[in-house]
Design a binder for this molecule. Structure first.
Ligand SMILES: Cc1cc2nc3c(=O)[nH]c(=O)nc-3n(C[C@H](O)[C@H](O)[C@H](O)COP(=O)(O)OP(=O)(O)OC[C@H]3O[C@@H](n4cnc5c(N)ncnc54)[C@H](O)[C@@H]3O)c2cc1C
Length: 486
């Protein structure tokens, strides 16, 4: 089976790795990985500058989803896995230029602890009363999909959207809670509303079940003192996520990896697929489409116009990350915690800022502080056109205004300032996303040998992209084995 993989981000790399494994095990499998850019990895890109690991794209993956850590272990990177330093976990929200900590007990936007919710400065007394009354919400039959903001507002009020849902979703995914699909982005909350009515009651019940399960399993990792070892909510690699890209690349057959080779045409014949790239057309039995959906839409539109339209209809947001490395002594003491989120109502360019040296230990030399700002998102695309110098100046000014002159006066020069732009890199699961995916799945099923993988379909994070990439390759291998036997 000859497979063309289009796109060498983490999804395409995971698919190529799976095909390579099958080949090494003796299957009659060949593959070509086409990547438009000079480097592989897509948005995964890190480098070590003066002993400090700087992530240009994602900085970690969520530990709860196993696919990424599993792949790292399989590749021999198990000893490089680094959990987030959760003892220091505290996140703030900027409210009128002041940092207000997220109250303890928040789970997926849902407050579950009475006293921290009652005492927090994040919400007004009116919102707190609403949060208490939320416990009385009756179950609601699941109807049409709706925006995350609509769901959250129905339960906790508009202030919870402004100060919680919106900053969390835009600070993580550059998304807009008034556009994002509740069903696709927060399916657990939709299920809880149907079953329990109150999201707080649903979350507490889920938490009790989780604890009972963990107790019946005797804990994940017993330390011998009866306690379970704390696992970080996030996991990264000691030397940066680039380690995963480099290790995957090293496993592939070099002659079958074509960098700087965008696929610019696709055709379907009776027996297979025509792939046009680098001025030549080659024939393949199968295609794993692992480019962003907007690029996939153009290519697959040549084969099935309807499929092309559906793929092109998936919105994407663009973003900017900006790493600033400081001498901690000059910078002054930052507030405790991992960083802060900035609600849109604050009218700033920054959406979020992470104190990287606190979040992951061992990746920053002692005495250095790394502040990573995240900008852009659905409502701030224009920022991408600004120069690096202008962006650095904006972030330094906003940091000073938010953190206070004593902590980071704009005149303290960063030792390193690194700007990365990610144009249309994050798919947005807008209202109706799951229906669109069903339509896409039906059309793909009518095109034998085609699989889609990447962040546009069933999970935006790294673990989901890896899972989908590997699944696509495994399905093709299994289908090929069945066809060869018959
Ligand atoms: C700034 C940022 C921060 C993020 N932070 C996190 C995080 O902390 N944790 C997390 O889990 N996720 C995070 N994400 C999301 C996650 O990193 C991405 O969703 C995921 O890495 C996407 O992988 P992918 O392979 O689907 O796409 P991409 O990485 O976009 O790769 C697609 C590849 O296809 C190539 N391509 C496009 N067209 C063609 C063509 N015609 N021919 C050949 N190649 C083509 C592109 O050049 C690209 O390399 C973040 C994303 C961004 C942008």
């Amino acid at each position: 089976m000859r497979t063309a993989i289009i796109g060498g981000g983490i999804a395409g790399l995971a698919a190529a790795y799976e095909l390579e494994k099958a080949r090494a095990a003796g299957a009659a499998v060949e593959y070509t990985l086409f990547e438009a850019r000079e480097r592989l990895g897509g948005v995964l890109a890190s480098e070590t500058v003066r002993g400090t690991v700087l992530e240009r794209g994602p900085d970690s993956f969520i530990s709860e989803k196993p696919a990424a850590a599993e792949l790292c272990r399989e590749l021999g990177l198990g000893d490089q896995l680094t959990p987030s330093n959760d003892v220091a976990r505290k996140t703030y929200v900027v409210v009128r230029n002041k940092l207000v900590p997220l109250p303890d007990g928040l789970m997926f936007l849902v407050p579950t602890k009475l006293i921290p919710t009652a005492l927090t400065r994040l919400f007004s007394p009116m919102t707190k009363v609403r949060m208490a009354l939320e416990l009385l919400h009756p179950p609601r039959p699941s109807g049409h999909d709706e925006a995350v903001a609509t769901l959250v507002e129905r339960h906790f009020g508009a202030e919870a959207v402004d100060r919680l849902a919106d900053p969390l979703l835009s600070g993580i995914f550059g998304g807009d809670s008034s556009q994002l699909s509740a069903r696709a982005v927060l399916p657990r909350l939709v299920e809880m509303e149907t079953k329990y009515g109150s999201l707080t009651r649903g979350m507490l019940a889920a938490h009790r079940q989780m604890r009972a399960r963990a107790a019946s399993l005797g804990g994940t990792k017993n330390q011998g003192n009866g306690r379970t070892a704390p696992r970080g909510i996030f996991t990264t690699l000691r030397g940066g996520l680039q380690q995963l890209v480099d290790t995957l690349e090293a496993r592939l057959e070099p002659a079958w990896v074509r960098r700087s080779t965008p696929v610019n045409g696709l055709g379907k014949t009776e027996s297979g697929w025509q792939v046009r790239a680098g001025g030549a057309t080659e024939i393949y039995d199968a295609v794993v489409m692992a480019s962003p959906a907007w690029a996939a839409g153009v290519l697959l539109g040549e084969v099935d116009a309807e499929l092309g339209n559906e793929l092109s209809g998936i919105p994407y947001s663009s973003s900017i990350t900006l790493n600033l490395v400081y001498d901690e002594a000059k910078l002054g003491r930052l507030p405790d915690g991992f960083g802060f989120l900035v609600p849109a109502s604050e009218r700033r360019s920054m959406l979020a800022c992470t104190f990287v040296h606190r979040k992951f230990l061992g990746r920053t030399p002692p005495g250095k502080a790394v502040l990573r700002a995240f900008l852009g998102g659905m409502n701030n695309e224009a920022l991408l056109a600004e120069t690096d110098a202008a962006l650095v100046a904006t972030v330094r000014r906003e940091l000073s205004e938010i953190l206070g002159e004593k902590i980071i006066a704009s005149h303290v020069e960063p030792e390193v300032a690194q700007v990365s732009r990610w144009q249309r890199a994050m798919a947005q699961y807008s209202v109706g996303h799951q229906d669109r995916i069903q339509r896409i799945t039906a059309r793909v099923a009518a095109l034998p040998g085609l699989r889609l993988a990447g962040n546009a379909y069933d999970g935006i994070g790294i673990p989901d992209c890896i899972r989908l990439g590997r699944k696509a390759a495994k399905e093709l291998i299994a289908g090929f084995a069945t066809a060869s036997r018959s």
